[in-house]
Design a protein around this ligand. Structure first.
Ligand SMILES: [Zn+2]
Ligand SMILES: [Zn+2]
Length: 238
């Protein structure tokens, strides 16, 4: 709970026990709300919302394409749009890998702030739906990284969260499947476990957009249950 301490206490503690940036290890300026230095923050490859080099559908950075990326021309996603905060490379990749795989849990405050700002600006009033963890993940890791971010978005930023998606059964290992096989696999194991309001706009939250099969399955489940519009917010897209 040290992350949420009052500013004065944070300042004193930072002077006694300076914290290090989770990425570069440099000593943090006192009172940073999260363990990331200003230099690393500035280097994050943020994808600008207004960039013409952003795919109109999945939000990933376009290289030589126009309007839609090659993946979106053939994938037939069920979500209406996806909004990644960063391109999944360089320091953004280090940040997310550090958070997810190296258990740098204190980065959740930073990631939640970034995600909350985007949700409030680009999806005002939307109900946030965290993607549920794969079976066994909680047991292996002991915590759910997407839920941790959703909880801070809810408590600190007042974003309404609806935990209405659940997985059923055990999905096949996805790594070696192509998009259509992944999509069919995911469709079979995602279900709605709460009430869907037809007039609400839903915003599915996940960490990394790779093929988009999980987000697409979430959107399909919500739409089948009556949601008219489903967008996606992700930390990064590769
Ligand atoms: Zn740093
Ligand atoms: Zn795209």
């Amino acid at each position: 709970m040290l992350r949420f301490m009052p500013l004065a206490a944070r300042r004193i503690l930072d002077l006694v026990l300076p914290r290090a940036c989770a990425l570069c290890g440099s000593v943090l300026a006192p009172c940073r709300a999260y363990p990331l230095c200003e230099a690393c923050d500035a280097k994050l490859p943020r994808i600008s919302a207004r960039s013409e080099r952003r795919c109109e559908r999945c939000g990933k950075e376009l290289i030589s394409e126009r309007a839609l990326c090659l993946r979106c021309r053939s994938s037939g996603y069920h979500f209406d749009s996806a909004y990644p905060l960063y391109a999944y490379r360089g320091i953004a990749k280090e940040l997310i890998v550090g958070y997810k795989l190296r258990n740098r849990r204190s980065l959740d405050v930073f990631l939640a702030e970034e995600a909350a700002k985007a949700a409030i600006e680009y999806f005002p009033g939307a109900l946030l739906v965290p993607v549920p963890p794969r079976p066994g993940k909680l047991r292996r890791k002991g915590w759910d990284q997407v839920e941790a971010i959703a909880r801070i978005m809810e408590r600190r930023y007042g974003i309404r969260v609806r935990r209405i998606l659940a997985r059923r059964g055990r999905a096949l290992e996805q790594k070696n499947l192509d998009f259509s096989a992944r999509a069919a696999n995911m469709r079979a194991c995602m279900r709605v476990c709460g009430k869907v309001e037809a007039s609400a706009r839903y915003l599915v939250l996940d960490d990394v957009f790779t093929t988009g099969a999980t987000l697409s399955a979430c959107a399909l489940a919500l739409k089948t249950a009556g949601a008219a519009r489903v967008d996606a917010l992700v930390l990064a897209a590769d």
